[in-house]
Design a binder for this molecule. Structure first.
Ligand code: PMP
Length: 429
């Protein structure tokens, strides 16, 4: 079924979990349809194979004289180079392995120079919305939800135009984890730089679906998570400009980040490393880093052109199918014509979204997500908005006063067979 894809011209990439079967409340069992890639994507078979081949050679990184320790250190550092190349890093950029996008953005927040003003749309995922608030030396300005990509750029331009002198940072998502809509990153970066601000890209949802090139996009930092990039082994990445990171206090205090520690009277004197080690205290997650590098290689070899084309075809099938169901309303910030990745949220008239998602699981073996998707302000804005384009959104949601409190999200990626999309549409119908 994987190879025979009527709506899409290419076969999916092999992923783990294709043969998992789950019980149905109606009796019997069915192959699991993982349609929650936006939360965590399955591992690519290639990533799993690479990790399994390396596993017997696992050893400590930067901490041992033995052969396996040397090998693990080499693999860890090679992984850094592979991922940096995948992300189109500039020669002076630094790439730090973290736990996740959340961790990466918190790390950057901890490294802001004193008095930094941060600009962030209130539509962001909480991981991109909240860390700045906790940085005691920063002031945050929340920009309201734009209704077009052009409005986003104009709104940022106006906010930065009136900004006082001093360090400034813009944080923006590449693709929304709620609507799948792609943000105008290059244009926002140009606006930020025009006003002397820096910009960090939350690429958690963009990177699994689209090439992310720091140099071409001209962003200062990129953050992403391995588990959304088909490499679910607990690692993430922050890549970009070295200067703020080198000058900041280490994100974590501990072994590996220090050059020298000595007793000096009642106190300790500490000399910290200045490079990537400064923010990677503790034993690094070499399997996680290696898995991300493996996923980067696999995606590059498969070719993003092919992946994007396939995903677009599946997405068109999904959207067309949902548009035929009058009770379904697809949530959209930018409207029908906007560029998207394979992530889509919707509500169904007369249904509680949590019950709807539970029924998809129990009766059809389909795994989606319901809720507010860690982007509460955005989902509330979308649920409170009447669709501008009824054709695109299907029927409007319930009458005023009967609005949905949450939504259902369906998301897919490089490993999704068309059968999963067809089963999902059949189930919704
Ligand atoms: N940003 C976006 C756009 C996301 O979708 C997510 C995860 N849902 C995150 C950040 C946070 O990623 P993680 O949970 O891996 O830290």
């Amino acid at each position: 079924a994987d190879a025979e894809c009527a709506a899409c011209s290419r076969a999916p990439l092999p992923v783990l979990g294709r043969d998992v079967r789950v019980p149905l409340v109606t009796g019997g069992e069915v192959g699991y349809a993982a349609l929650d890639y936006a939360a965590s994507a399955p591992a690519l078979q290639r990533v799993w194979d690479d990790v399994a081949a390396y596993a017997p050679y696992y050893g400590s990184v930067h901490r041992g004289a033995g052969y396996l320790s040397q090998l693990s250190t080499d693999l860890f550092e090679q992984s850094r180079e592979t991922v940096a190349e995948f992300l189109g890093c500039r020669p002076d950029d630094e790439l730090i392995f973290t736990r996740s996008t959340t961790d990466s953005l918190n790390l950057l927040a901890s490294a802001l120079p004193a008095g930094t003003r941060v600009y962030v749309f209130d539509t962001e995922h909480h991981a991109a919305l909240l860390p700045w608030q906790r940085a005691d030396r920063a002031q945050v300005e929340y920009l309201p939800a734009p209704r077009t990509p052009e409005q986003a750029v104009a709104s940022l331009d106006v906010a930065l135009h009136g900004a006082p002198k001093g360090p400034k940072l813009v944080c923006v998502t590449g693709a929304s984890n709620v609507t799948g809509e792609i943000w105008p990153v290059r244009e926002l970066a140009a606006a930020a730089h025009r006003h002397g601000a820096r910009i960090v890209l939350d690429a958690a949802q963009l990177a699994p679906h689209h090439p992310v090139d720091i140099t071409a996009l001209d962003v200062d930092w990129v953050a992403l998570s391995g588990h959304k990039l088909y490499a679910p082994f607990g690692a993430g990445v922050l890549a970009g400009r070295a200067d703020w990171l080198r000058e900041a206090e280490p994100y974590l205090a501990g072994g590996g980040a220090t050059r020298k520690v000595a007793r000096s009277g009642d106190a300790l004197s500490v000399e910290w490393h200045s490079g990537t080690a400064r923010h990677e205290a503790g034993s690094p997650n070499v399997i996680g880093a290696y898995a991300i590098a493996s996923a980067c290689k696999a995606l590059t070899e498969a070719g993003f052109d092919s992946l994007v084309t396939r995903e677009r075809e599946l997405l068109a099938r999904l959207r067309d199918g949902l548009a035929e169901i009058p009770e379904v309303r697809v949530l959209s910030l930018f409207g029908a014509g906007s560029a998207r990745v394979g992530v889509l949220s919707f509500v169904v008239r007369g249904w509680n979204s949590s019950h709807f998602a539970a029924a998809l699981s129990a009766e059809y073996g389909i795994g989606v997500r319901d809720g507010l998707f860690c982007a509460h302000p955005l989902v509330r804005t979308l649920l409170d908005t009447e669709p501008d384009e009824p054709g695109e959104c299907g029927a409007p949601d319930a009458a005023p006063g009967e609005r949905s409190l949450n939504a259902v999200r369906v998301s897919f990626g490089a490993g999704t067979p068309q059968e999963h999309v067809e089963r999902f549409l059949g189930a919704v119908r």
